[in-house]
Design a binder for this molecule. Sequence first.
Ligand code: SOE
Length: 398
Amino acid sequence: MGEQSFTAMAGPKSEGQIPEIGVGMLGYAFMGKAHTNAYKKIPYMMYPPPAVPKLVGVCGLGEADVSEAAKRYGFTITCTNWRKFLDENGDQFQLFDNCGPNNIHVEPSIVAAQAGKHILCEKPLARTAEEAKSALDAVTKAGVKHMVAFNYRFVPAIRQARYLIESGALGRIYHYRAVYLQEWIMPHYNTPMIWRLDKGVAGSGALGDLGAHIIDLGRFLVGEMKSVSAMTKTFIPERPWGDGRMGKVEVDDAFVAAVEFENGAIGTLEATRFAGGRKNYEVLEINGEKGSIRFNLERMNELEVFWVGEEPKETQGFHNVLVTEGHHPWWSNWWPHGHIIGWEHTFVHEITHLLDCIVNDKSVAPYGADFNDGYRAAVVCDAILESAASKKQVDLKY
Ligand code: SOE
C-alpha cells in the first residue's frame, strides 16, 4: 500500500498530558451539529490532538430543544439566554463557539471576547462590514484567538490547491471562476420565510450564505480583490411565515459578479439557491500561466489539474487527481489512499487548527480564516450589494 501501511493506521503514540479546552456553544442546529461532531471526533482521529475539547455548555432558544441537544451531543450545561450563559457559566469554558444565526454572530462574540474567551464564529461573520469590523476590533483588543468557520479552506483538495498556487506551480494567475449553487428554496420546495431569507436576521441571501464562501476562497487561493461589478435578483418576493402572515423577501435569491484582483487576475462569482439539480455545488476553476485547477465540492476528494506542455501531448487536458495520498493535507490522520472523507471532516480539520493555535499560541491566519478574513469577506459582500443597487463597478476599500 505504498507509503501507508496498516500499522500506520494505528497512528502515533501520545506523549504526556493533552490539555483540555472547555467549549461553550451558542446554537445547536445545522452548524451546531457539524461543530459538535468535530469536537467529538478530534480526540481520536486527529491523534494526538492539540487539545481535548470538553462540551461544557450549549445555549439556544427553547428550553426543551436545547435540553434535547445537550442530551444528544453530551453538553453538561444548558441555557436559553446567551448573556446569562456567558455571565454565569463563562468561567467554565475557554472557547466560545457561535453557531447562531447571522444577527447574533457579533454581539455575543464581542461579549465573549471581552471576557477573554477564544472565539469560533460561523460564517458570515456579520450582516455588514461595519458589524464585522466591530467584532474584529473587539477580538483584536481582547487578544484572544479568533476564527471564522470558512470550513472549505480545510478540504484537503483546496489546501493542496493553495500549496500548488503559492509554490508558483500555476505561475501567474489569470482567472478565478467560482459558483456555489443550491436548489432548496425553489418553488417546488415551498420553503416558507425562514431566518436565512429574513434580511433583519441574515443580512443577505445567497450572497452571505454561499457567496461568502467563494469570496473567501478567492482571497485564500488567488489574493485580495480590488473591485466588483454585480447584479442580484430576488425571484420570489414574498413567502408565508409559520402563522400564515406573508413576509417580504428583501434578500438576494441569487447574485452574479465580475471581480478584479489586486494581482491583475479577473474572475466571476455566482451563488444561488434556485439552481435546480444542484445540491451543494461549489465549483471553482483557476487558470494560470503554467496550468489550471478545478474543484467541485460534490466530488470533494478530487482535484482536476491541467499542466501546460505536459507530455505526452496525446493525453493533454485536465486530469482527475484523488487527493487521498498520505502526503496530502491531513490525510495521514484518516485512511489508506482512496478511502475518501466527507463534508463533515472539513470541520474536524478546521477546529483542530483552532485548538492548536490556542494551546500553542499560533496565528489562525493565513491557513485558517480569522476575523480579519471575515471582515474582508463582508466588505466584498457589501460592495456586491452596492454595485447591484448602483449598477456601477465598486472599488473595494478595507
Ligand atoms: C458550511 O459548510 C455550509 O457551506 C454552509 O455555510 C451553508 O449554509 C450550507 O448550505 C452548506 O454548508
